[in-house]
Design a protein around this ligand. Structure first.
Ligand code: ADP
Length: 168
């Protein structure tokens, strides 16, 4: 299985690309977004300013600057608004489009945070199912992708993704 579930800090991962759970401005925020910008340095924000934002579920790529990762893929996940506003499809789009843009840039090792399950309040168990299913589908159609890692910041998130992998 090329999908790994780990607990840790995504800013320390020396992979080809880490994914940032960004907001649509791409100009930084709290949570994992703030941590990535702090670790990457001011040049990341400067490059993000040239991108003119990003729609929910789409993805844009920058260099990683002072991060150990070569690239950062920025994707705004959906804000949870009760579940009848296409949230599930939009979250799947974030994972799929992030993998696609990383792949196009030659990335073969990619690490994700748990998109939308922080301040965007997407229910964790459902988000974990969508994440692992979408990543597994991508791995099936892209056999040269070497490894995709879900980097869970806290233990409850780690356990939810472990359960989701067992349900695959
Ligand atoms: P969103 O706005 O998409 O909900 P958040 O950053 O609020 O994004 O939360 C997404 C997930 O990222 C949460 O599980 C949060 O605990 C986690 N997170 C925060 N900092 C880090 C980090 N340094 N590495 C990995 N995950 C992190």
């Amino acid at each position: 299985m090329k999908l790994s579930i780990e607990q840790g800090d995504i800013t320390t991962y020396a992979v080809d690309a880490i994914v940032n759970a960004a907001n649509c401005s791409l100009l930084g925020g709290g949570g994992v977004d703030g941590a990535i910008h702090r670790a990457a340095g001011k040049q990341l924000l400067a490059e993000c300013r040239t991108l003119h934002g990003c729609e929910t579920g789409k993805a844009k790529i920058t260099k990683g600057y002072q991060l150990p990762a070569k690239y950062v893929v920025h994707t705004p996940g959906p804000i949870w608004r009760g579940g009848n506003h296409n949230e599930a499809q939009l979250l799947a789009n974030s994972y799929r489009n992030s993998l696609a843009v990383a792949w196009e840039h030659g990335c073969r090792t990619v690490a994700f945070p748990s998109i939308s399950t922080g301040v965007y309040h997407f229910p964790l168990e459902q988000a974990a199912d969508i994440a692992v299913q979408t990543i597994a589908q991508f791995l099936q159609t892209h056999p040269d992708m070497e490894r995709v890692t879900m980097v869970c910041f806290d233990h409850a998130t780690y356990q939810a993704y472990e359960r989701a992998v067992k349900r695959l």
